[in-house]
Write a protein that binds this ligand. Structure first.
Ligand code: SF4
Length: 454
């Protein structure tokens, strides 16, 4: 069968990926993990085409025309919470277009109650419940009980559960199909890079995070090695490790680090600050990691506790200092606008950040993602003003118990300016650039971040 893996068009540089859609805060864009992880499985017995309409800047009409010329039997497409209504409208038009094809979706807006969602949206044929499930490929082969898939079968909607096995295997991803020249990663040390996964979901239980509800599964180590070997053959060493909390499964992570070292990779990873036992940060650096994206989230101990982060300010400080001592660049992630936030708590987080002095900060607005406790809370308290949402803060979707959504957008923009426009900051960053590409990335991303927050 001809299958298209589709990232549909968007008016903005939109990242639809890993149940966490957002607009790009600068100009970065990378291969969507959902489609990448299905590519190995689906290409075994099908003809596969990857179409990233965001990277190619295709209009809906151009994208529909292109799809029409391919005549696929099935489209596996992404859907986002940022442009939910526009995405739905696009798929409605695709269903109505001449020719016949099945449309399956992956994304956070269809996760919460897939069967009900399908009954309300008859132009969609099915939902892939986890992007590491094997169900899509099993469905195409005609298996009756495809794993982790909800779909129409005659007049009925059927749903088959996701696997709870601790390990998954989806085959070597077709990385060569995901090398769009428009993909760009701000923290990469080289222009060419690959999105890469060694696990799925997260074992921690932070109450604002969709990952906590996905379960945690490790990727088969032989499969990881096969893909690293293939990337090496393609001449790609630079990785954006999309694992949501690298180090969460210590033995698995150690094995992965030895593979990265063996293949001489250079990479960026998401790491919790309390991961620092047993010289973890040093080992991470030695395995090729150059940049750690560390979840700080808030400087308020009350908020850290309320959202079950599992660490407090002291562990954050210690983790960031250890990461820096190991020679890693540190990107701290912060969430502005959780229900408990006041102007004072946000200011105190900013003060904490200045003391910690990470290399970069990623400021996010709190958003009520599907499957999270935060979503239940904000709906119950009437704090959700818009269920379309963008954590990058291009528009507000939540108010707090004390601040409006527009105050939150302004406070977030001010925080960005205060951090990045500190005297000497830009000069010190430029002085640390180790190559012409790093210098270029720094200037390109820096200008873009500031233009979105002035
Ligand atoms: S550790 Fe990170 S990825 Fe895991 S649940 Fe918490 S915020 Fe989400």
């Amino acid at each position: 069968m001809k299958i298209v893996l589709l990232n549909p068009p968007s008016r903005v540089r939109l990242i639809r990926d890993y149940y966490c859609s957002k607009t790009s805060k600068s100009t970065y864009l990378f291969a969507p993990a959902d489609l990448l992880m299905q590519s190995g499985l689906l290409s075994k017995t099908n003809e596969l085409i990857v179409m990233d309409a965001v990277a190619e800047k295709l209009s809906p009409k151009q994208c529909l025309d292109r799809l029409h010329s391919f005549q696929p039997g099935l489209v596996l497409g992404l859907i986002s919470a940022v442009e939910y209504n526009a995405d739905l409208e696009f798929y409605r038009r695709l269903k109505d277009a001449p020719g016949s094809r099945k449309i399956f979706l992956s994304g956070e807006p269809v996760l919460e109650n897939p069967e009900q969602w399908l009954s309300q949206n008859p132009f969609i044929d099915g939902i892939l419940l986890r992007f590491v499930s094997r169900g899509m490929e099993q469905y195409v082969r005609g298996e009756k009980k495809p794993e982790g898939l909800a779909f129409r079968d005659g007049g009925e909607i059927k749903s088959f559960p996701i696997s709870r096995e601790p390990e998954y295997s989806v085959g070597r991803a077709r990385q060569e199909l995901f090398q769009d020249p428009a993909y760009f990663f701000s923290f990469a040390k080289h222009r060419r890079f690959a999105t890469f996964l060694t696990d799925f979901g997260c074992p921690y239980q932070c109450r604002f995070c969709v990952m906590a509800s996905l379960g945690y599964r490790r990727r088969n180590a032989d499969e990881v090695e096969e893909e690293l070997d293939y990337l090496s053959w393609l001449g790609i060493k630079e990785l954006f490790l999309a694992d949501q909390s690298f180090g969460a499964a210590p033995e698995h992570s150690r094995k992965m680090m030895s593979l990265f070292k063996k293949y001489r990779n250079s990479f960026t990873a998401f790491v919790r600050p309390d991961q620092g036992k047993d010289d973890f940060w040093k080992a991470l650096k030695e395995s090729g990691c150059h940049t750690a994206i560390v979840g700080l989230e808030s400087g308020s101990e009350e908020i850290l506790q309320a959202y079950s982060k599992g660490y407090l300010r002291e562990e954050i400080s210690e983790g960031i200092q250890n990461a820096k001592r190991a020679g890693l660049r540190v990107v701290a992630t912060v969430i502005v606008g959780l229900p408990e936030d006041t102007e004072a708590s946000i200011q105190s987080t900013m003060k904490f950040l200045r003391e910690l002095d990470p290399d970069f900060v990623s400021y996010n607005l709190a958003v009520p993602r599907s499957l999270t406790d935060l979503r239940k809370t904000v709906i119950a308290e009437g704090l959700a003003v818009n269920l379309e949402m963008d954590q990058a803060g291009s528009f507000g979707s939540l108010k707090t118990r004390h601040l409006t959504e527009s105050q939150l957008v302004s406070l977030k923009q001010k925080a960005v300016r205060d951090f990045y426009l500190r005297p000497g900051y830009l000069f010190s960053r430029l002085a640390k650039a180790q190559s012409a590409f790093e210098l270029y990335a720094l200037l390109r991303e820096g200008l873009s971040v500031l233009s979105k927050n002035i």
